[in-house]
Structure formats: C-alpha cells, structure tokens
Design a binder for this molecule. Structure first.
Ligand code: SIN
Length: 461
C-alpha cells in the first residue's frame, strides 16, 4: 500500500488531492539517480542548459492560469497574487538561463615563465532543496534554475501543504526536455527526509527556505559531510517612517509590504517604527487603507486570503491578544473568521497602535496580516530598535531626505533594504539575510555562486 499526503484548500477546508509519498529507500534511489545524472548533465554545454531552461520558462508562462489556479487552491493566496508569483517564479528561470552562459573563470599571471595558472568554475554536484508553502513556485525556481544552469542536478522536497504546484512545475520541466533524473521531487516526512538529504554523501549541497530553528538543525546535520548550504530563514523586518517621509507614499508601500500574501512572507514588515511628529497622520491614513482590504477565498476578488493552517493562525491570535493585554490599541481588525471543523482560518487585517517593547509581537515573526506600530523620536533610537533582533533579512524605511536615507541604509544590519520601497524583491537582485536570517543569496548575479565550486589548475609547461 502506498502512503499518501492529503492536500486541502486552506480557504475552504475542502480536500483537493492525494499525493503519493516516497519511502526513504525510494528517496535513496532518487539520490543515486541524481548522482548518475549529474555525471552527464554537468558535462553538457552552458548553451544547451540555457536553452532547456528557456523552454521551461516559456512553458510555465504558457500555463500561467493553470498554475495560478492550483496555487490559489492549495496555498489560498488571491488569484491575482498567484498569477504574479507564477511570473516572478518564471523570471528566475529566464534570468538563470542567461547567467548559465556567464560562468567565467580567470587566468592568473604566474611568477615564472614555465607555468600557467587557471581558475575554473564547476558545478558542486547533486543538490537537495527543501522549500516552503508561502511561495509554492518562486521558492523552487530560484533554487532550481541556478542549480540546473550551473550544471547541478536537483532534488526538491516541497512543503506538505503545497506539493501540487511543485509537481506541476517538474512536469513542465520534463516537457521542456530537462532529463527526468536531472530534476526530481520527493514527498514525505520532512524531518526524516531532511536527515537523509543532509547525511547522504552523494548530496553535495542543501538549499533550504523556512524557519530559523529548522535551518540550524539542517546546518548541524550537514556538518558531518561538510556540505555546501544555503539558508533563507526567518525575518522580523522593521519599517521606519522618518519625519521627512512622504506619508502618502509610505502608507501605500507599507500596506504592500505588510499585507502581501496575507503577511505570510519572510520579508513582510513585522513592526512599524514611526517618528512621533508624523505618527498621528501616518496611523490615520494607514488605518484607512488597511480597513479597505478585502478578505476571503483566493478565487474571489480579495486582497487577503486565509492563513495556511491552525498553527499559523494560533500564533497570530496569541500575539494580538498578548499585545492587547499589555495595552495596545486596535485601530482596525483584531477579528477572525475560522472554522476548526472545516479547517479554514482568516485574520482580518489588523493595525495595533501604542505597541511597546514588552509585547511578543515586537520580538517574534508574526507571519500574518497584523501591523504593530510604535514610535521613536530620534533616528539613532529607531536604528537601534530596528537592529535589536537576531534576524537580519529585510528592513524598510521612508524618508525624502537623502543624507538621512544613506545614513539609515548604511546602519541597518539587514541583507535587503527597501528605501521608499515596500517591494524590493526582484529576480535580478540578491535576496538573503544576515545574522540568523540565513547564509547565501538567491537571485541576481550572486544567485548562481552557491552552486559552483572553484578549481585552481596550475600547469607546468
Ligand atoms: C519569502 O518570503 O521568503 C520570499 C519573498 C520574496 O521573494 O519576496
């Protein structure tokens, strides 16, 4: 009897499909197949890999509506956002189809005339990736595309909540002509698969997007066989509204940053620090804008979909309750629509004012549509508060004063900075965090580096 994974719609609780899970021995066979395929794939030309990636990109765009509908069903995000994610996800493939052709080595002048010194780049080997449910397509393609472009083979374990988009993406890769063992997926128990991936000697690189505790565990496990690791982990993004901010613009961009994907992204603003002189106006405009956001199932005309599951929902509710108990004022929201029996959970977009540092929400990632607001009176105090966290993924600030802006940008300890910009993510830019938010970068010219080894060849002539 084969074991299955049941996939449900988080917006309605309806059952969608069964997905077959792999036994550990079946996964081991896939790892071996990945290694065998690597021996050939890594020897193909960059032009060939580029052209296959380009075909995969074209097929994803040709199937945009189908992929978006699948994503909305299993993840819950509004259809428009799902379509946007399909385009974003495909963009990484297009980008790395091009970057495949630009993996350069170099020559070094030798100290004597009887030597030549070369530096070449080569693929690290079979890669195993573990990806999250919040971006069921983009978090796969921004790992898979650079891996395949570099000449690595790729084994993906998608999140148990959203395996259907992943499976469809892999099917389209096969349709594009990418050989079967070059890109494979596995489904099953996350902890066991993580252990197998990290301990298996044929896997040479682990790429993970998810929580910091799981990332730490995977890094520890990978240490035994000294694997390459890329970790894109949790965030706790500060968003600073300076006294010189264009308030209307700051409000628009703050809503975009905070409420994208119902607040369920690692780069969502998680705490708003607003200068006392502009606080009243900012809170008024921000509350108005947030109260207009429409909540509901992703197939309707909505801005905010469901929370992925009960665990995520409970965490959000407990943060809001804790803040209220300690004196936070609810400007809008603070209400929920959930049905545990049916299995759906919605949080109405919430703005909390008069938030203080003793509240949990100021120290933990929320992963939900709740915006806590606190104030500051001096920019160094705001920077200190912003940096006062083990995380360092994304930070945002709003100011029209460019001297002040550069000062803030240079002093924030974050991998991604949005200056007057609530949506800095882009395929051509490096995405990743400092401190406990991770190691490595995805996207941009940096995104292919983690899939390459450097080889130095000294030639005596
Ligand atoms: C994430 O939440 O990790 C991804 C968000 C993005 O790519 O902008």
């Amino acid at each position: 009897m084969t074991n299955t994974l049941k996939v449900y719609n988080p917006g309605t609780g309806d059952f969608i499909d069964d997905v077959e899970t792999d036994s550990l021995s079946a996964i081991e066979e896939k790892i071996i197949a990945s290694h065998t395929a690597f021996l050939q794939w890594s020897k193909t030309s960059a032009a060939e890999r580029s052209s296959l990636l380009r075909k995969w990109y074209d097929l994803i765009l040709a199937n945009k509506s189908e992929l978006a509908a699948l994503m909305t069903a299993e993840n819950g995000k509004p259809l428009k956002e799902a379509e946007g994610e399909v385009v974003y996800a495909a963009g990484y493939i297009e980008w790395f189809a091009e970057e495949a052709k630009r993996v350069y080595g170099r020559t070094i002048p030798a100290s004597t005339t009887d030597k030549r010194m070369l530096v070449t780049r080569e693929a690290v080997g079979p890669v195993a990736a573990i990806t999250p449910w919040n971006f069921p397509a983009a978090m796969i393609t921004r790992k898979a595309a650079p891996a395949l472009a570099a000449g690595c083979t790729f084994l993906i374990k998608p999140a148990p909540d959203t395996p259907l988009t992943a499976i469809r993406l892999v099917e389209l890769a096969y349709e594009a002509g990418i050989p079967k063992d070059v890109m494979q997926y596995v489904n099953g128990n996350g902890e066991e698969i993580g252990k197998l991936f990290t301990k298996h000697p044929l896997i040479r690189k682990i790429s993970f997007t998810g929580s910091t505790p799981v990332g730490k565990q995977l890094m520890k496990q990978s240490a035994n066989s000294i694997k390459h690791v890329s970790m894109e982990l949790g965030g706790h993004a500060p968003l600073i509204v300076d006294e010189y901010a264009d308030i209307e613009h700051a409000v628009k961009q703050s809503v975009a940053s905070k409420f994208r994907n119902a607040g369920q992204t690692c780069v969502c603003a998680n705490r708003l620090l607003v200068h006392t002189s502009v606080k009243e106006e900012f809170v008024r405009q921000f509350t108005n804008a947030v109260s207009e956001l429409r909540v509901g199932v992703g197939t309707e005309e909505v801005d905010i979909g469901p929370i992925i599951n009960k665990k995520g929902f409970d965490k959000i509710v407990s943060q809001v309750e804790d803040a209220q108990k300690k004196g936070a004022v609810v400007c809008t929201g603070g209400t929920y629509l959930s049905d545990e029996k049916k299995g759906f959970y919605f949080v109405n977009p919430t703005v909390l004012d008069q938030v203080t540092d003793d509240m949990t929400i100021m120290h933990e990632e929320t992963f939900g549509p709740v915006a806590p607001i606190t104030t500051y009176s001096d920019i160094d105090e705001a920077i200190r508060l912003a940096n006062d966290t083990p995380f360092g993924l994304a930070a945002y600030f709003f100011t029209e004063n460019y001297r002040r802006g550069l000062y803030i940008a240079e002093n924030l300890k974050y991998g991604i900075i949005g200056w007057n910009d609530g949506g800095p993510s882009a395929v051509q830019a490096p995405f990743g965090g400092m401190k406990e938010s991770g190691v490595g970068r995805e996207g941009g010219i940096e995104g292919i580096e983690p899939y390459l080894e450097t080889k130095y060849i000294s030639i005596g002539i």
